[in-house]
Design a protein around this ligand. Structure first.
Ligand code: GLC
Length: 444
């Protein structure tokens, strides 16, 4: 009898926990789960701008080249060596879980066989075929999520109210502009129905108001086509599912629950033969880890050449990511943002159950690493992807004080990774931090 009541009580407790978990996870959370767990995505800026190797669309907007000369690049866009399966495999082996490709940039050139437009790579370039379709299939085959970049502004469309530095056409001709917005809806219908993307990466919303773009109607329509589709913040208004800091690595944690830093490997989104200013794999990995620490994703950009080959510098970086992400997978995909700054002088993350603290060292510590203000007991410490167990000791704990002692972890020379070493600290329960400041109790 005693055992029965014990069992019933345990069942009761379990169902309470399940209820709590379900109550905590909103439909929004469920939709965003894969994105939150993905951590790494690859952005692909591929377009006719790779022919001369100049700024994507902006080169004519900023008058570095005339519009007509920009469009002459159509003739050199061959996609002759395009191998979408190779791309998808490379992306997967880098440790990325999704990719976002420019279906249409601000120049208006569609990379798929758009029926709504004549300005497509099928009709206007020697590539003569739909380049999005086979890539979407390849991503699906590799089990990667499919993202499409789509510029809502279109500096080529005759009905687009173009706001350039030098020209502003059809100003206030709202009827004409609405014809253009209808065209966007048509193209997005094609993309949604043909490719069923998991994510839309909109861009260019800054030139018009959300009401002019009919952003709400667009979002509703996209959700009708795919109730699970994720939409970035640049759809106009406040309708996006996640924030998109660009190039600037956040210093403090972004307030948005979901976010993604988009970043170039060199200084260009598309292929530019004259841009050799690549960040090193180590620098990029450290940025990646910073995103993990702050609970966000990294969308790392590559710019393929007009024949569809990926520059070797980019391939090397993706391979370096592959080595590191493969070795440290346990400390990447199943993690959430780490503990607040100040407890350890390194980026951190926590496992989903908050019982393992991961510490990312991009430097070699002098003798030992210290963790401050950790109330938990430490059950075990090891080096991720290496397996070596590490010793620790607690120093300075006073019996009369609530301040935890300093926990020192000795790290032998032999366990360091050439890029970033990850230390896993298994705690005796959910992480519990001492955050008091004088008499003030801080929430954390
Ligand atoms: C900016 C630029 C665009 C680029 C995008 C990538 O919005 O307009 O050229 O594609 O950033 O994040």
């Amino acid at each position: 009898m005693k055992n029965w009541s014990k069992l019933l009580f345990t069942l009761f407790l379990c169902s309470l926990t399940t209820c709590k978990l379900l109550a905590q996870s909103t439909p929004e959370d469920q939709k965003m789960q894969w994105f939150k767990d993905a951590k790494l995505g690859i952005f692909i800026h591929w377009g006719i701008y790779s022919v001369n190797g100049i700024d994507e669309s902006w080169s004519f907007f900023n008058d570095y080249i005339s519009y007509d000369d920009y469009m002459k690049q159509l003739d050199g866009f061959t996609a002759a060596k395009y191998d979408p399966e190779k791309w998808a495999k490379l992306i997967k082996s880098a440790g990325a879980k999704y990719a976002v490709i420019t279906a249409k940039h601000h120049d208006g050139v569609a990379l798929w066989d758009s029926k709504a437009s004549d300005l497509t790579v099928v009709k206007k370039t020697p590539a003569k075929r739909d380049l999005i379709q086979p890539f979407m299939e390849a991503l699906e085959k590799e089990g990667l999520k499919k993202g499409l970049y789509y510029s809502v502004l279109d500096w080529s469309h005759p009905d687009y109210d173009r706001k350039t530095r030098t020209k502003y056409r059809y100003k206030n001709d709202s009827e004409r502009f609405q014809k253009f917005v209808d065209f966007n809806f048509q193209q997005l219908e094609e993309l949604s129905l043909n490719f069923n993307p998991d994510l839309y990466w909109f861009d260019g919303d800054w030139e018009h108001k959300a009401e002019e773009w009919r952003s709400q109607e667009l979002k509703d329509q996209l959700l009708e086509w795919n109730p699970n589709v994720i939409v970035n913040s640049r759809i106009g208004g406040d309708l996006g599912d996640y924030a998109t800091p660009e190039q600037g690595v956040p210093v403090t944690r972004p307030s948005s629950n979901y976010w993604e830093l988009c970043l170039t490997m060199n200084n260009s989104w598309g292929f530019q033969h004259n841009d050799h200013n690549y960040k090193s794999p180590n620098e990029l990995l450290r940025i990646f880890v910073d995103c993990l620490h702050m609970g966000g994703n990294l969308l790392l950009d590559i710019g393929p050449k007009p024949d569809g080959t990926i520059p070797s510098e980019a391939v090397n970086i993706l391979e370096a990511f592959g080595r590191w992400t493969d070795k440290h997978a346990a400390a990447i995909y199943d993690t959430q943002a780490g503990i607040p700054e100040g407890h350890v002088y390194a980026p951190t993350t926590l496992s989903k159950d908050r019982k393992t603290l991961y510490i990312y060292l991009d430097y070699k510590v002098n003798e030992s690493l210290v963790i401050k203000g950790l109330k938990n007991k430490i059950n075990r410490i090891w080096v991720v992807g290496n397996g070596t167990k590490l010793e620790h000791r607690e120093v300075g704990k006073q019996y009369w004080s609530a301040v935890p002692g300093l926990k020192y972890i000795d790290i032998p020379e032999s366990v360091y990774d050439k890029d970033i070493t990850v230390i896993a600290v298994l705690l005796d329960g959910e992480v519990d931090l001492y955050r008091e400041k004088g008499q003030v109790i801080e929430s954390n």
